[in-house]
Design a protein around this ligand. Structure first.
Ligand code: NAD
Length: 298
């Protein structure tokens, strides 16, 4: 199955380009297995997206989530608060959703209004309803190797790596970025797969020196074209998590943290858009079923 998920680009470019790890087929396979599990188990999943204020990107995300939830057989609704909502008001809404037995998962849509701390809101959530895997209890479970709700983006990076069919045991992996919900959990998941992991960040003295020994690079820095082709070892695996808004030909579009020319050097490469992003969304539904299981004790 994994072979089918990776598409060699030799139909459009010379054969020595990286194999592109496309997110769509991986996401479709995850969605299909979730749909099957929901119908087999009779899971009564009800996800609520908590959204405070209005943000065009967040609105678009909510619309896509609603459509996907319908496809996998889950109930999905949106709890809207005004842009003027205080942190107390947001925390009250979280407390209500925690108490509501009909709600099995809560997605906290970012950005939250100015002055509302995302971490405080995430920490207030019932860990069993933490479908995004961002609660400290979920992250702690990851450290203890017994996580059931893994942060979706980090899990998506691992799904893309799995799609290469490569065993990560003993490989040198460099993660660029140390954020709580992407870089750090990715590093832990790579260690679980027996990779030797280096985490680079803004205070790292010489990122290129670490990259020179990397068999696997995961770049999650939020900086367009940060990773250059001459920094990448030929044949290595490069997973680009970055989603940076750029203007191309007068139109808004997405660019990754890796220069697209990295594909000329790497052995495997995730495109942006169309790589890690769609897989992240599909894994939200997988976590939603897992959260339901935690609540019904299965
Ligand atoms: P963040 O801003 O919280 O963290 C960025 C990290 O990168 C920091 O730890 C910082 O030290 C490091 N960094 C920044 N510039 C660097 C540099 N020049 N050299 C070395 N390290 C550097 O961001 P985040 O939430 O971890 O997200 C990272 C990127 O991933 C963003 O582009 C974000 O939009 C994207 N993202 C994508 C998905 C997805 O589904 N594809 C999901 C979440 C985040």
């Amino acid at each position: 199955v994994l072979d089918v998920l990776v598409h060699r680009r030799n139909d459009i470019v010379p054969w020595d380009m990286a194999e592109l790890i496309k997110g769509a087929p991986i996401a479709a396979a995850i969605e299909a297995s979730v749909r099957e599990e929901v119908s087999r188990s009779g899971a009564k999943v009800h996800l609520v997206a908590l959204q405070a204020g209005e943000d065009p990107a967040s609105d678009a995300y909510v619309r896509r989530q609603a459509q996907a939830a319908e496809r996998v057989g889950m109930r999905y609704s949106v709890e809207r608060l005004p842009a003027s909502a205080s942190e107390t008001a947001v925390l009250d809404a979280v407390a209500r959703l925690n108490r509501d037995p009909s709600v099995t998962g809560v997605i906290i849509q970012l950005p939250l209004p100015p002055g509302v701390r995302a971490e405080a809101v995430q920490e207030a959530l019932d860990p069993k309803k933490d479908v995004e895997g961002v609660h400290p209890a979920s992250l702690g479970a990851l450290v203890g190797d017994h996580a059931r709700l893994v942060p979706c983006t980090a899990a998506a990076v691992m799904a893309c790596l799995a799609a290469t069919g490569k065993d990560l045991t003993g490989l040198n992996a460099v993660v660029i970025g140390r954020s709580r919900i992407v870089g750090r959990p990715v590093a832990l998941l790579l260690v679980q797969k027996n990779a030797t992991v280096t985490v680079c960040h803004t205070k790292t003295r010489d990122v290129a020196r670490h990259l020179a020994a990397a068999d696997v690079v995961v770049v999650a820095a939020g900086r367009t074209a940060l990773l250059k082709p001459d920094q990448v070892r030929p044949g290595s695996i490069v997973i680009d998590v970055g989603t940076n808004e750029v203007i191309r030909d007068g139109k808004r579009s997405l660019a990754g943290d890796a220069d697209p020319a990295v594909a000329e050097v790497a052995g495997f490469f995730t495109p942006v858009p169309g790589g890690v992003g769609p897989v992240t969304v599909a894994l939200l539904w997988k976590n939603a079923v897992e959260a339901w299981r935690l609540q019904v004790g299965r």
